[in-house]
Design a protein around this ligand. Sequence first.
Ligand code: GLC
Length: 438
Amino acid sequence: MVARRRMIAALTAASVLFVVACGSSNNGGGGGTSGGGGATVKGAKVIDPNSLNNPPKGTVKFCQGQDTTGIGKALVKQFTAKYGAQGYKATLTQFPASADQQRAQFIQRQQAKSDDCDVFSSDVIWTIEFASQKWLYDMTPYVNQARSKYIAAPLETLHYGGKYWGVPETSDAAFIYYRPGKGAKPPSTWQQLYSSAAKQGGLVYPGAPYEGLTCSFLEVAFAAGGTVVSADGKKSTINSPQNVKALQLMVSGIKDGAAPKAVTTYMEPETDQAWWSGRYTYMRNWTYAYAAANTGTSKVKGQFKVAPLPTFAGAGKASVLGGHNSVISAYTKNPGLALKLADFYASPAFQKQALLKYSQAAVVPGPYSDPDVKKAIPYAAELKQSLSQAKVRPPSPVYPQISQAIYKNVNDALAGRTSPQDALKKADSQINSALSTF
Ligand code: GLC
């Protein structure tokens, strides 16, 4: 714990130096993209796009969070099956399910200049931080060969300081899962969702104090018209009447039994378990949960549907852009082989499989109109549309601190330890102190 705190402090300090040096205040205020404004990252190693054709023989080590869907195992198995005869293999290392823990695991290895992860499945929110630390290969020459083949929103999450820092892997957006057999209909507003959930068997969602709760909260808050930071990126805007309203709705939802109090301890896997039990009528979760709930020990196979996130009554509609990118570690000994794996992940065949079999959002458009996919994933068109409409979490070198200020205080309010007003007041001062470090 102490080591982790020290690490975060060191990171913040390093990010500060970087930003001051570059004179950047790149920030999107909860929307927009992460192109990087005037920031530059100098001295990064640059990938040779041709290096994937004939790299030295060896094993490429792929690291990602807990492989809940099985896609990571499929990736390394299929890569090895395809290239094994040429002397190439891929292995999988699984980090914990929590996004925060995945980040910590990668940071530990990069600080030790270890090559444990040649390729890391990096959450879309970490590009600026990792690139600023010079932990990643600059992938611009590879991406520029076929930039238009990717859907714009996931590609943009890799764009910082005028460069691209990885290859898009899978994008992400959340949905409301509902049980028509229990009388549920696609909700039109968050308010309506909460009131039906209170009467009809409950809503589950990831609400533990970690990155996932920042997303669960921001979806409601952005829809209510709230923001996180000002347009110039200099000040927190979290303590607004819109955000208080959003948090109030979620807090009341737990008080009146629309959502079980246990959600305050759920990450994605616990949310899945609760949903699979068949006890609940609604779930907010990412797209992977569709395939997951239709396989294995789930008791709700074929008994649920998927709807886009609803409107906040009297305001708007929003979703939060999620997803992962294959980033190549600056400490890899075989960048060509690492690129070969990243390229394989983004290939049309693997992208189709990601969507068809694992209901993960492809980063290229083709699979969404594929007849097999349309049959297996009935909400494929809505998924593709939601990626382009989703809002990004505020791009910032201190994003992890901003997010922590959100999820810790929101979790305190959900668990009844503080009021929504006090929670956002505290988050506001914590975000402002994170921002004031640069
Ligand atoms: C999903 C999203 C990712 C997000 C995480 C939070 O994995 O793809 O972007 O940060 O959930 O738990």
